[in-house]
Ligand binder design. Structure first.
Ligand SMILES: C[S@@+](CC[C@H](N)C(=O)[O-])C[C@H]1O[C@@H](n2cnc3c(N)ncnc32)[C@H](O)[C@@H]1O
Length: 242
């Protein structure tokens, strides 16, 4: 039975509810800590939460998150964390305390975006493993530059292409395995898992994106497998709607 379990709330709290060593891969795209200013016409000037942390806040926050990754990821599992060039050193230093960093994958978006002083065409993905891991990806001839066209940010201001996520998931998991995304956004990782027959735990802080994920991923029926959907509302929201 594949499952899609979505938690509303902060991953600082909700990851604690997932049993230890039950995750085959972490594929996640946290806020890059760049105080992103989104396009006004598409997203009404909305910003991302936890995207402008001080150095101390950043360390406090991600030390807790990465401890949970360490607790949840199986020995044989793999982790993929998206980041930008400016947040890469900070994420790297904190991840390295608990994991072996195996590679830095470059996502080449094939086209450059808005900006100046060399317009941005790539993002980075830190590939990390448990320190005692023997994990190997399936392909022997895959480059660490993945060229996949970006998608329009219709569902989220930093929406990632499902096709890119599918490469990472396919390389590091098997059918029926469990993937975790603790910064779900619009649910691109969950959708990629559905297309590949993997289960997924997702966590997202903002209720509006929980609703997007529900529309995008929940209730789908598959001919080749049984599926269970579960939404864990935040204790705060549950209290308010009583
Ligand atoms: C970079 S976006 C992810 C976008 C996603 N990859 C997609 O394709 O839609 C990061 C997400 O993390 C969420 N977030 C921020 N702080 C969080 C926290 N403490 N716990 C869970 N989610 C959080 C934000 O609301 C945002 O939707």
């Amino acid at each position: 039975m594949t499952f899609y379990k979505l938690f509303h709330g902060s991953c600082l709290d909700r990851l604690k509810e997932i049993p230890a060593r039950t995750v085959n891969a972490i594929v996640t795209d946290p806020p890059y800590n760049i105080a992103l200013q989104p396009q006004r016409e598409l997203h009404n000037g909305e910003t991302i939460q936890n995207d402008a942390l001080s150095d101390k806040e950043f360390i406090d926050f991600y030390e807790q998150v990465f401890y949970q990754y360490y607790r949840l990821l199986k020995r044989s599992g793999a982790g993929y964390l998206f980041c930008g060039w400016s947040s890469y050193p900070k994420f790297y230093d904190l991840l390295e305390k608990r994991f072996i960093i195996k590679n830095c994958i470059v996502w080449d978006k094939k086209h450059f975006g808005i900006g100046y002083n060399y317009r941005p065409q790539h993002e980075l993905i830190i590939f990390f493993l448990q320190k005692d891991s023997t994990h190997k990806i399936k392909s022997n001839n895959l480059s660490n530059v993945l060229s996949v066209s970006d998608v329009p940010n219709e569902l989220h201001i930093t929406q990632k292409p499902t096709e890119l996520l599918k490469i990472l998931i396919r390389e590091s998991t098997d059918i029926g395995d469990v993937v975790l995304d603790s910064f779900c956004g619009s649910g691109s990782t969950m959708e990629a898992c559905q297309e590949l027959g993997r289960s997924c735990y997702g966590v997202e802080l903002e209720l509006k994106y929980i609703n997007t994920i529900k529309k995008r991923c929940f209730g789908k029926i598959f001919l080749d497998r049984q599926v269970k959907y579960e939404l864990c509302v935040s204790p705060k929201v549950a209290q308010e709607t009583k």
